[in-house]
Ligand binder design. Structure first.
Ligand code: 13P
Length: 253
């Protein structure tokens, strides 16, 4: 059975006090709703991570939203996977489309970041997804395949089997335009078939693939009911404790 996962991505939101109070609410609400085979994760800004991990990191796991590819050194302003692990985090988002777009992160760099995360005992939540133009051109399968091939398909099978993938169509992020459950399932099934071709069906069947992009309490149950959708990566709705909890509950709908 694949793990069912709801991960929140707070992005660059919440000052320290607001973050602590939102996370406390989320822990208290999710504690009663989560089943044994489910995982809830909050990926918060770096400065929150240490406190959140201490506050409730065993009930709602903690992740970062990025890491540097090197372990230490003269990289002013950067944070390494080792540092993230050292404050009690278990996860790190890698390759979010906002990092690719605004910080020019390439597939080759993301491959290095993924390796750094795994080497330091963090589970990468690796994001892939096409832009609106690429969807409209009908090019999206090629785009997704090349993101996988150039960043994570170079990993050893044992390492790859530890990765969580998140399909986030760029056109659906923060726009209120959700991929329909059929559109999302089509891409998730494609991703799983590409994994099977690369690493074999056992690994493909074991990898959790999350959907992200305007996922909310209203559409989560239908998305999560699809055969190849194993949960969600949630932006805006993870900033409200009720909405986030309702999305966690959507697995039981
Ligand atoms: P929204 O849920 O706000 O569309 O953001 C999705 C996302 O980018 C999660 O990483």
């Amino acid at each position: 059975m694949r793990k069912k996962i709801v991960a929140g991505n707070w992005k660059m939101n919440m000052d320290y006090a607001d973050g602590i109070s939102l996370f406390s609410e989320i822990v208290n609400m999710v504690r009663d709703e989560k089943n044994g085979d489910q995982e809830a994760i909050i990926c918060a800004p770096f400065i929150h991570l240490n406190s959140l991990a201490k506050l409730g990191g065993t009930i709602v796991h903690i992740g970062a939203q990025n890491c540097h590819q090197n372990e230490s050194g003269a990289y002013t302003g950067e944070i390494s996977a080792k540092m993230i692990k050292s404050v009690g985090c278990s996860y790190v988002i890698i390759g979010h489309s906002e990092r690719r777009q605004y910080f020019a992160e390439t597939d080759a760099l993301l491959a290095e970041k993924t390796k750094a995360a795994l080497a330091n005992g963090l589970t990468p939540i690796f994001c892939i997804g096409e832009t609106l133009d690429e969807r409209n051109n009908g090019d999206y399968f090629n785009v997704i395949k090349s993101q996988l091939t150039n960043a994570v398909f170079g990993l050893a099978a044992e390492d790859f089997s530890k990765v969580i993938l998140a399909y986030e169509p760029v056109w659906a992020i923060g726009t209120g335009l959700t991929a329909s459950s059929d559109q999302a399932q089509e891409v998730h099934a494609f991703i799983r078939s590409e994994i099977a071709a690369q690493f074999g069906s056992e690994i493909a069947e074991g990898i959790s693939i999350l959907y992200g992009g305007s996922c909310n309490p209203k559409n989560a149950a239908e998305l999560f009911a699809q055969q190849d959708i194993d949960g969600g990566l949630i932006g805006g709705a993870s900033l409200k404790s009720r909405d986030f909890t309702d999305i966690v509950k959507a697995f039981n709908a």
